[in-house]
Design a protein around this ligand. Sequence first.
Ligand code: AMP
Length: 355
Amino acid sequence: MTEINISDMLTNYDKKNLTITTVCSHSSLQIFNGARKEGFKTLGIAVGEIKRFYDAFPLGKPDEFFIVDNYKDILRYTDELSEKNVIIIPHGSFVEYLGAKNFLTLDLPTFGNRKVLLWESDRRKERKWLEEAGLTMPQEIKNPEDINQPVIVKYHGAKGGKGFFIAKTYDEFQRRIEKNKKFTIQEFVMGTRYYLHYFYSPIQDNAYKLSKGSLQLLSMDRRDETTIDEVQRLGSIAELEELGIHPTFVVTGNIPIVMRESLLPKVFEMGAAVVEKSIDLFGGVIGSFCLETVVTEELEFKVFEISARIVAGTNPYISGSPYSELIQPDLSTGRRIAQEIKYASKKDLLGEILS
Ligand code: AMP
């Protein structure tokens, strides 16, 4: 990875005129809205054209658009963008479409620690990180012939759950697997799903205290996935599978949710452990991250994935969640990111939260 030097990138910046910038998709309405609430200028990088729907949401519309033909073009315009004092807020679509390698070398100040991508996008490293932090992950089945319980088969690089399938036997696996693709097999964990949205600040001590900085829980959601979440309307999954209709896991939206209050200590223990381990491994996961979990009937958490930036599951909470309301009224994740940048800028600590 080419080492990007954050202080070099910030040298010519007018720190009083920072522009919060992201690609117009995913959680951009929330990011622009949060930045606006904190008094920042905003810039939306629009791919191809400006989407008309932004006009219908004046409080989520960026002050200015910057049009590129495709995501990769962003790399060609870094000089123009840095003249506008942009701070890039990466989101899932941004990283995916720009490509991980390009994202790592993007010569613009970016919120969070980019090194996290190397740990998050490699399933072996992700497991090492989370398990060494003491979290329980679903069991991995290395040899498909050992399938003797419901499993979920995940293709590498498949985003939004596309192509994932459930198998209950080796035979079923063989019938469904696409041979030319890389995959991982995990125990299908029975329980209820909670996607936990944390915010870690390495520079502020006013929340759940860690060895350095502190941790907040801003919200949680449950993803709405088609067809698995609605398929039962047509019949039992077993019945449908006999007809060759298999459930899929494509994310179409997000549903707000809260959790039994008695589980919150565990939620914080897990978040804290993930941050502390990340500090040892690569200097820390900074800002927003999400643990994707299933809670079993024994009330145990199994964590099947981590996303180390703002996730779309925070979108139901533009005007705050039942958790963030207990921190500050009207606090979205987008706004919390803007606050962190504002605080760091004022204290001359931008180097601690940007990379
Ligand atoms: P992922 O891409 O890993 O976030 O998985 C996509 C979706 O598959 C999740 O949102 C869950 O609904 C489901 N899923 C993933 N892993 C598991 C698992 N081990 N057990 C049960 N459901 C899972």
